[in-house]
Design a protein around this ligand. Structure first.
Ligand code: PMV
Length: 316
């Protein structure tokens, strides 16, 4: 057997985070500038069933059996074995490397899992279909998110823009005209499970107010879908601004996110919002391609830790 590799992109949520957990639509797109890559190779010195796991980015170098049973990497590998009906695989080494910032709303956990499942199933000569990869990744996402909606595993597996509604068939989004987004990292790590849990408690305490906010976010996602399909990119700016304002009211923004959002608008962005779980992680700004670098520089000048300029290409 020879070494096999697979990779998976990062992602951003353009519209509808949090409300998507409650059945409203959301829109997400892959971010190919960052990715997770997994290489699985034979381990000839090992016993059957023995696996070495290496993830140098997080200082991990251990045997699979030594990882906690709820470690996401172990969970991904054991789910793949179960799905493939494999009890004693040949010994292998699995190496994970990722350029996707962790706990920043860019889908790093989902991308690592997708890349593990693809590389491992290819290595074992039983490649899993995308639907299976996505479903298994959803199971692992529960370790990160508690009650994930399924949007991260879907967009990362399919590597295409999606209009996503929980428990409904995936709708790939047709993009009528390309558009450019600046992504800026606050540098504040914020586990999604925390904000998702806080929103749940707030919703339980005041269901009426929160349902109304989820409805408003869902309507924004619907309008945005139409604008993206029609190639009416300028319409997306105000929709982003409106979505950010709802996320503020949901209690998932932060001074750092609000500061970057305000700065992006000042620097000429057409609209801006936080993206993902919130409280930290990344914000996104819709820009004209000519002003992208200016906006990115303005965000770095006020404290963004890194920026990524990404273009969502036209297409099906
Ligand atoms: O992984 P993140 O931080 O982009 O957050 C996912 C989006 C949420 O709607 C907050 C949670 C979910 O599972 O959809």
């Amino acid at each position: 057997m020879t070494a096999v590799s697979a990779s998976a992109p990062g992602k951003i949520i353009l519209f509808g985070e949090h409300a998507v957990v409650y059945g409203r639509p959301a829109i997400a797109v892959p971010v190919t500038q960052v990715s997770a890559r997994v290489v699985v190779s034979p381990f000839p010195q090992g016993e059957p069933g023995q696996a070495l796991v290496q993830a140098p980015d997080i200082g991990l170098h251990t045997e699979l059996d030594h990882l906690a049973s709820d470690h996401p990497i172990r969970r991904a590998i054991t789910l793949a074995f179960t799905e493939l009906g494999i009890t004693h695989p040949i010994a292998f080494r699995l190496r994970v490397a990722s350029t996707i910032p962790v706990a920043a709303g860019l889908g790093s956990g989902a991308a690592v899992t997708v890349a593990i499942l693809r590389a491992l199933s290819d290595f074992l000569r039983a490649p899993l279909a995308d639907e299976h990869i996505s479903a298994l990744t959803f199971e692992v996402e529960k370790l990160h998110h508690g009650t994930p909606s399924g949007i991260d595993n879907t967009v990362v597996t399919f590597g295409a823009p999606v209009y996503f509604i929980r428990d409904q068939p995936i709708v790939r989004l047709r993009v009528g005209a390309r558009f450019t987004i600046v992504i800026a990292d606050t540098g504040v790590q914020s586990p999604t499970a925390l904000t998702v849990g806080d929103v749940r408690r707030a919703w339980q305490a005041d269901p009426q107010t929160y349902e109304a906010m989820f409805d408003a976010a869902g309507e924004i996602a619907q309008k945005s879908r139409r604008a993206i399909e029609a190639g009416e990119i300028e319409a997306l700016g105000p929709l982003m601004d409106a979505n950010h304002e709802i996320l503020q009211r949901m209690g998932v923004s932060s001074p750092e996110l609000d500061g970057l959002v305000a700065q992006a608008r000042l620097a000429g962005a057409l609209g801006a919002k936080l993206s993902g779980g919130g409280r930290g992680g990344n914000m996104i700004a819709l820009v004209d391609p000519q002003t992208a670098q200016n906006v990115a520089d303005a965000l770095l000048a006020v404290g963004a830790k890194r920026t990524i300029i990404t273009t969502v290409p036209m297409g099906a």
